[in-house]
Design a protein around this ligand. Structure first.
Ligand SMILES: [Zn+2]
Length: 288
């Protein structure tokens, strides 16, 4: 076996790869051991997933929606008490998001002895939970989304004989492969927007309620829909990956860092009523 990213022998690798981190509730999207070697797997955990998961916007989102991490705990966020004393704000009820409960600030852990009094007076300042929060378009985000995109493609191709070998040997995938693994492209932007409220509760046909933590799909825009933006590009379709986290949609162009490709995506959206590719032409109540 060879590793999808470094292309080295991975026959002795022991770890499975979670396409989406376990700390976002993923237990099903997993690549079997050897598809990603242990070294790359370890690198992604430290250098790609952790910076994304601990960036202020994503951390605040995890806190607010009470997503338990691997150890079953909701990560705390930093806050300030009245007078500017830094405190850690804990949420001890994993799985129960803030909007679904009466008390707002749940628990505080700090060395400050008057913390109970401060809490009673509601004098805790935390990052704002802004409903239309859209994080800045950073390398941290696009490398994370690129990793999810490339590994999701691998998962699809692994269903076909020789699919993974094709993906390893096909050099047109080297730019995104190397960007995710080595970060060697300075600017590979995503398109980021909100497609539904982060607190949205979905109801399935049985009347069961749930929230959509993450969902994803590919979007292939055929050449006949293109404008003049990419006319020198010798491809038949433009491949995009669409990933949503609590209604925050991230779209990455998989074939290169070309920001014109994101303009093409925006044109696609205009033509399709600004409906996310995750929902366009599909039943609104689809299940993951
Ligand atoms: Zn590797």
């Amino acid at each position: 076996m060879r590793c999808l990213f470094c292309k080295q022998d991975s026959s002795n690798s022991k770890s499975v790869e979670h396409i989406i981190p376990e700390s976002l509730g993923n237990t099903t999207s997993i690549l079997p051991k050897g598809v990603i070697c242990d070294k790359c797997n370890n690198y992604f955990a430290r250098k790609v997933e952790q910076p994304f998961m601990e960036s202020i916007d994503i951390l605040t989102l995890r806190f607010r929606e009470a997503i338990p991490n691997k150890r079953g705990l909701v990560p705390p966020i930093n806050g300030f008490s009245y007078g500017g004393i830094p405190v850690k704000v804990y949420n001890p009820l994993p799985g129960i998001p803030f909007f679904a409960r009466k008390e707002k600030i749940i628990a505080i852990d700090a060395e400050h002895t008057d913390i109970t009094k401060i809490l009673q007076h509601g004098r805790i300042i935390t990052p704002a939970f802004v409903d239309d929060m859209v994080p800045p378009n950073t390398k941290t985000i696009s490398r994370f989304v690129g990793k999810v995109a490339f590994e999701s493609l691998a998962q699809r191709l692994s269903e076909h004989d020789g699919g993974l070998d094709y993906l390893i040997d096909e050099s047109s995938y080297d730019p995104i492969r190397n960007y995710v693994r080595f970060g060697n492209t300075e600017n590979w932007p995503c398109n980021i927007r909100r497609i539904y409220d982060m607190d949205k509760v979905w109801q399935d046909e049985m009347g069961m309620q749930h929230q959509m933590i993450h969902e994803s799909d590919f979007l292939l825009i055929p050449v006949d829909e293109k404008s003049d933006l990419l006319k020198d590009d010798p491809v038949l379709v433009y491949p995009y990956f669409v990933f949503a986290l609590f209604g925050l949609e991230f779209v990455i162009y998989m074939a290169g860092p070309d920001s014109d490709a994101l303009e093409l995506y925006k044109l696609w959206l205009q033509k399709h009523g600004n409906v996310s590719p995750l929902y366009y032409g599909k039943n609104e109540s689809k299940e993951r």
